[in-house]
Design a protein around this ligand. Sequence first.
Ligand code: NAD
Length: 506
Amino acid sequence: MSGTDLKSPEQLSVNWHQRALDLRPDGRALIDGRRVDAVSGDTFACHSPVDGRLLTQVARGQAADIDAAVRSARAAFEDGRWSKQPPAARKRALQRFAGLILAAQEELALLETLDMGKPIQYSLAVDVPAAARCIAWYGEAIDKLYDEVAPTPATALALITREPMGVVGAIVPWNYPMIMAAWKLGPALAAGNSVVLKPSEKSPLTALRLAELALQAGIPEGVFNVVPGYGHEAGEALALHMDVDAIGFTGSTRVGRRMLGYAGESNLKRVFNELGGKSAFVVFEDHEDLDQAARAVAGAMFFNQGESCNAPSRLLVQDSIADAVIDAVVGQTPRYQPGDPLAPQTTMGALVDEGQLQTVLRYIEAGRSEGANCLIGGARARVASGGYYVEPTVFDGVRNDMTIAREEIFGPVLSVIRFKDEAEAIALANDSSYGLQASVWSSHIDRAHRVARALKAGTVHVNQYDEDDITVPFGGVKQSGNGRDKSLHAFDKYTELKTTWIRLSV
Ligand code: NAD
């Protein structure tokens, strides 16, 4: 996930403020092909972090709503209206779905920006196209996957087939609402499952709109349901439901632990956790272009307001070059000053809500009080807007045992830690409960390989940080989780292997 420029001059001239005023988001759940209120009739208010405005009331889904959605999903699965369609038919529907996402790109981008605060240029250039590509890619893949015949003796035939699991529950966070939903929906739907999606209560609007577009694309009623609501209500009910076969969860490590507990307390459903990170970005003195490294770490750290699971929030830099690299990183911060998310050139938007703002400010305070040196930033910005903005912040003099080096902040705060040699760099990088992503910067091929091998992370980048493609797996080790989103490997999460033995007369 990384930033690119606006795609077209027309989009520069859209009056996003006017469009925002005209928008009337529908906050009702989508269950069994219909927009419905919560069974209780309860709603919660959905405010925009851009300026605090009320966007809409959203259905407050609870156990009864989750149950209705799971029953609808189960009925759809069992009667085969989707699960038994030929793969090529599912492919065509998913491709129509992806096409409709692209056709609605401006509406979806605006909803995403208003709902969670990211700059409109990135909603348009990154989030919408990535979600559409993900859905289209899994659609395209599904009629090209073959099953297996085992090399058994001639007296029998053993078929190893991949079967859809049944009802998949998807529980996703607010930092990339559409992309995270698409990473679950693409492989789960392509494989023939039915899905109940629980978006974050902080960003439910695009998920609800995606479900309408899926229906319009011909994905049958009941196959893709969306129940908005709070984690401890709708989320918990979904994860505890006895008729859900698997949970694809993306979110915090704290809630990921609960997911495992819910499975244990209920039907031992499969749980695939994609959790937090505290990724190390390691720069050695032998890297030939230190400015390039500084641009890369600032770009990846401050993109999406620092609200990225894979943000390189620990910059490990060798003593001899530390001052030069830090100066260059600080020199990048003017490029990421918070601005109006609806203005087309803004590169840093609003944090998702007041709670996240306070969390980030508390971490900044912890950094100062534990003795780190705040070189730039460290304060709230754009207070008069009514939204929640924080300056890009860089701390020097961080030790790896400080709170800001150990805990995921999920805001625009970079911690710089100095090291003397390769062994210390590897030890510091791996001294974390997380293991999502890491990066090594060295112009020596031996060192780059050696360190890349030694880093404990699901993804390691060498001399760059922002390469990303639907074709590669994404996920972590240690307390960053166990699942892999993206690539053909994601089918492992949403299919079961079945062995069928057939006796042969020879
Ligand atoms: P969160 O864990 O608070 O919430 C995630 C989802 O879980 C939300 O839909 C929420 O409503 C739900 N939830 C919360 N409590 C629940 C409970 N008790 N039972 C069931 N569901 C519950 O995380 P967040 O604040 O929304 O997102 C930020 C986190 O997500 C960060 O830690 C970030 O690193 C992580 N993340 C990871 C990846 C990845 O691919 N590894 C990608 C994006 C974000």
